[in-house]
Write a protein that binds this ligand. Sequence first.
Ligand code: ZN
Length: 450
Amino acid sequence: MKPEKHNKPDISNIISTMNYGETGKQMYRLIEELYPLCRSITGNGVRDTLRILKNHIPLTVHEIPSGSQVFDWTVPKEWNIRDAYIKNSKGKKIVDFKNSNLHVLNYSIPIQASMSFSELKSHLFTLPDYPDWIPYRTSYYQESWGFCMSHKQLKSLKEGTYEVFIDSSLQNGHLTYGEYLIPGERPEEVLISCHVCHPSLCNDNLSGISVVTFLAKLLASVAPRYTYRFLFIPGTIGSITWLALNEAVVPRIKHGLVAACLGDSGKFTYKKSRIGNTEIDRAVLCALRDFKDDFEVLDFVPYGYDERQYCSPGFNLPIGCLMRTPYARYPEYHTSADNLDFVRPLYLSDSFSRCLSVLNILENNKTYLNTNPNCEPQLGRRGLYESVGGRNNRVEQMALLWVLNLSDGHYTLLDIAEKSGIEFPTIQRASRRLLNSDLLKDHPEKNSRI
Ligand code: ZN
């Protein structure tokens, strides 16, 4: 067999030889490790999370001082918590932060006080519709304190005096985020972002962190065409801070994805960028189409994860959001039921593989020129029909014809995959064979302008 002339590094070879089952288990193990940490938008929970991620990827950790002005926002005071509980009149702890970090209203100010049940009650949060679950609540920008508990437990509480104790601090400190840049052949960037601010919640937060970490790990093992920037940031204030500090980088961002809610059993949901028909939007739709499972596509709305900031009108970046079941569409969302049972290694590996397919499309979406455009070249004479024996021969042959026909300098491989309805990897394989047979050549002008 002829050695490949076209030996530029890409991720497609790795994709086809990956052990997805094992990767799924590793991603799940990372979630197990991160699950107990009490994360918030600032504080040691985020630092400890990034420290653990550093076992996988060499992140740079940035510390931005409280009080820093970031567009219309101010980096808040740093929140840390050591302990918290409620004791009943007999001195028995009935709620203990050590049992679940969701028990404390995230960003609660410190308090130590005795109070009546009616006074305490106004600081308690429950979910009457799901009486066994503890809700996740925050109060970042309004100084307050509170506890979250199951509705069942609230019902069991009696009148009397209660002692509340929250050993937290809310002081000038830093907002912490992690960043990992993998230089590519070209300076144009792909931005992949996930939020790291939720405490013990698996699908909303940890699944995205884990999938993105393993994507970064894999990208570091190839020499990609694009430069990849991975962000592990607290939601909203993190992306606002990053954008405020990196306005000079923004013009280099050509594609991006926000990754969240990637470990549950639901079908994939892609929320398009604000622009709506950019290359990343089309690459995700093509990758999801190629897997032939049901999926849902949502138009951009100015609500959700950090795509809200990346797609704010001043930036309007080509960044979409890939999820399985979207935020707020599953009852376990923002509750103690978004736990280690709710996410599974199988769904994580499935999400990981979809993300890789998307990146493979971005990496290989090039424009070629047919070197023999006057009528069809004789493929049989070049052994091209035989070389595809054993595979789905007809589709492979059709892919050769589509690539030859549309490689007139106008169409990219993604255009061809869309028009032909043939899976992108098949189109990609066809282009490789045609390149190796000199029936196709690179379109340097188009491909240098990513
Ligand atoms: Zn959330």
